[in-house]
Design a protein around this ligand. Structure first.
Ligand code: G3I
Length: 403
């Protein structure tokens, strides 16, 4: 996060400084006005180029619309036949795409926001739950024989958006902050897992424990109050509530060989040494500013599964603009998605691959800046008209060859 702030603020300050320099030089009729003027012109030219590269709306040919869809089975059928899950995140349960694509194409779903702590609370008040939206998503899935991934029980990032702001105030004013946080965490996990017992059979217990700024655990309210024990304790509580539920840790890596990866593996090994009931690792796999090195992804996944853990890709998306240099960007995107999924499908301990949205009509990139100004994002498997993009056929083929 700090990295992106620096990348955006430093050039903005630089431009501001040169504009001020130019104005002062013009007012004083200083000789440096030519240099300052030249600098401002160069900066404007760079901005224009960058704008057209990153922000100006683009349109790519949709050659896939001319291809016949030839597979004899749907994605969900192919996945179910091999004991694999192809999933999608569900934002708004009343969108027609939910009923159109689930259970036909997806045999797993993840509530995109509805099972996050803050989203289930009435006015953000700790302990006052309203499960209406989450139940709508979950009940439809369960009634249609679709697996539900619960997302997520403990997530210390983004106060007020993912967890209630009230928690910050409570812990800051508590006589014994550690005891208070432990109790609140236990109450939350207990309430939620009990409410969804029998309906949600896999939970992301801890989401994004790593920092986005460097190779260390994120220094948020949980880590600052309880140390890394918060992770172990969350898993222990979840296991006590329902020992039949699969418990995952969920993380995002832009680079599968970074120093942060080693810190993450140290964490996994520590959890296993402490006999913490952790069953699997989820990787989010958001392709935001660049695509990932797929050999490194395979090695990362193999390292996880060699620890005896399950593996899932839990939140995949890949912005179409990452493929804009290709002759056929939608085909290049499909090849990349298929290869990513194939690597996962080929590993028997990799049990699922979830897209972070049902179709290109419902992607978080379209409402989160700066991506909302970098259209199209189109990062998913079905387009806005719910037409299957070419990766669907590639994934079905990969599923057919799964052992
Ligand atoms: O529901 C409220 C609405 O009532 C209000 O009017 C509106 C005003 O801002 O906010 C709405 O909530 C927003 C919610 O999305 C639903 O649209 C939240 O502010 C916004 O923070 C939230 O963003 C979500 C984000 O996680 C933070 O929770 C995205 O939809 C969601 O796609 C994103 O998903 C995360 C995963 O959980 C973890 N991995 C990364 C992934 C992408 O960022």
């Amino acid at each position: 996060m700090i990295k992106y702030l620096i990348i955006t603020t430093v050039p903005a300050l630089f431009i501001l400084a040169s504009v001020i320099w130019l104005i002062v030089a013009l007012v004083r009729r200083s000789r440096s006005r030519k240099v300052a003027g030249g600098l401002v012109v160069v900066e404007i030219a760079i901005l224009v180029v960058l704008y057209f590269h990153w922000f100006a709306p683009k349109e790519f040919p949709r050659n896939y619309l001319n291809d016949a869809q030839q597979s004899s089975q749907t994605l969900a059928e192919a996945a179910t036949a091999k004991g694999f899950y192809i999933g999608a995140a569900i934002g708004n349960p009343s969108m027609p795409s939910y009923a159109n694509l689930v259970p036909k194409e997806y045999n797993s779903i993840t509530p995109e926001n509805a099972t996050k702590w803050r989203q289930m609370l009435v006015d953000g008040k700790i302990g006052e739950y309203d499960f209406t939206q989450a139940d709508a998503i979950v009940d439809y899935a369960v009634a249609n024989g679709v697996r539900v991934r619960g997302h997520t029980l403990v997530w210390g990032k983004f106060s007020g958006r993912t967890y209630p702001k009230e928690l910050d105030e409570r812990i800051a004013s508590a006589v014994d902050p550690a005891a208070e946080l432990r109790q609140v965490m236990r109450d939350h996990i207990t309430t939620v897992m009990t409410h969804f017992k029998g309906r949600i059979k896999v939970w992301d217990v801890v989401n994004e424990p790593m920092s986005m700024d460097g190779p260390y655990l994120d220094k948020h309210i949980y880590l600052n109050t309880l140390g890394k024990d918060y992770i172990a304790e969350a898993f222990q509580i979840a296991h006590e509530i329902d020992p039949s539920v699969q418990l995952f840790i969920n993380e995002q890596f832009g680079n599968y060989t970074s120093e942060g990866v080693e810190v993450f593996f140290d964490l996994l090994k520590w959890l296993q040494e402490e006999n913490v009931p952790i069953h699997g690792v989820g990787v989010q796999a958001h392709n935001i500013f660049k695509t990932h090195n797929l050999d490194e992804f395979r090695q990362f996944m193999n390292r996880v599964t060699e620890l005896g853990l399950l593996f899932e890709v839990t939140e995949f998306d890949a912005r179409i603009r990452l493929f804009d240099a290709a002759e056929d960007p939608y085909q290049a995107q499909a090849d990349y998605i298929t290869e990513y999924a194939r690597i996962c499908i080929e590993n028997p301990n990799c049990i699922g691959f979830t897209f972070w949205g049902l179709s290109d009509a419902g992607t978080w990139f379209d409402y989160v800046p700066p991506f909302s100004s970098m259209l199209p994002n189109d990062p998913l498997l079905f387009d806005i008209n719910l037409h299957a993009k070419p990766a669907r056929a590639g994934i079905i083929e990969a599923l057919e060859s799964r052992r």
